[in-house]
Write a protein that binds this ligand. Sequence first.
Ligand code: HEC
Length: 157
Amino acid sequence: MRNWAAIPAACAAILLAAGNKPEEQVRFLAEGEAKMVVARRCASCHTAGNFTKFRKDEAGWEQVMGDMANRGAEIPDDDYDGIVAYLVRNYGPSAKLVINRAPVEEVGKLLELSKEQAKAVVAWREANGAFRSLEDLVKVPGLDARKLEPKREMLAF
Ligand code: HEC
């Protein structure tokens, strides 16, 4: 692309085309006081799965906050600490996978599933209601119970 000035406009167009609405992303975020603020501040340019699929410590999430500010995220001082605390608590190094809320990207990455399998997990949940145990999870067509068994401790229902 020779017209460098067009790049930001093209990026904005891509983001708009994604049609991502923060209020539709709230259901994919772990419960917690800052859930709405995080949806508003962090799930407007991209979906919640873009960040919930990671597990980072406080320094790691603070680094992300800085990166996002550089990309144009507006994070008022009043919201900053609450967002970091929420991210560390719910998406910290040993945070569980909340299987009844997690978006496709997070389910896929943490359970080491293909995108199709991860989509099937979320679709099953939306059709049949909450999973109550690993035994429910293996009912999802295409999932391999033996591969899920080692993930048992990581799951929260
Ligand atoms: C102004 C738009 C914007 C906002 C608001 C925003 N981001 Fe991002 N974010 C981006 C862009 C652009 C990328 C890179 C492309 C992508 O991964 O979609 C990105 C990528 C990411 C990544 C992936 C980085 C990687 O290594 O793959 C994480 C994690 C992330 N954002 C977290 C957050 C969090 C947490 C917030 C809220 C504090 C937030 N973002 C708010 C624009 C934004």
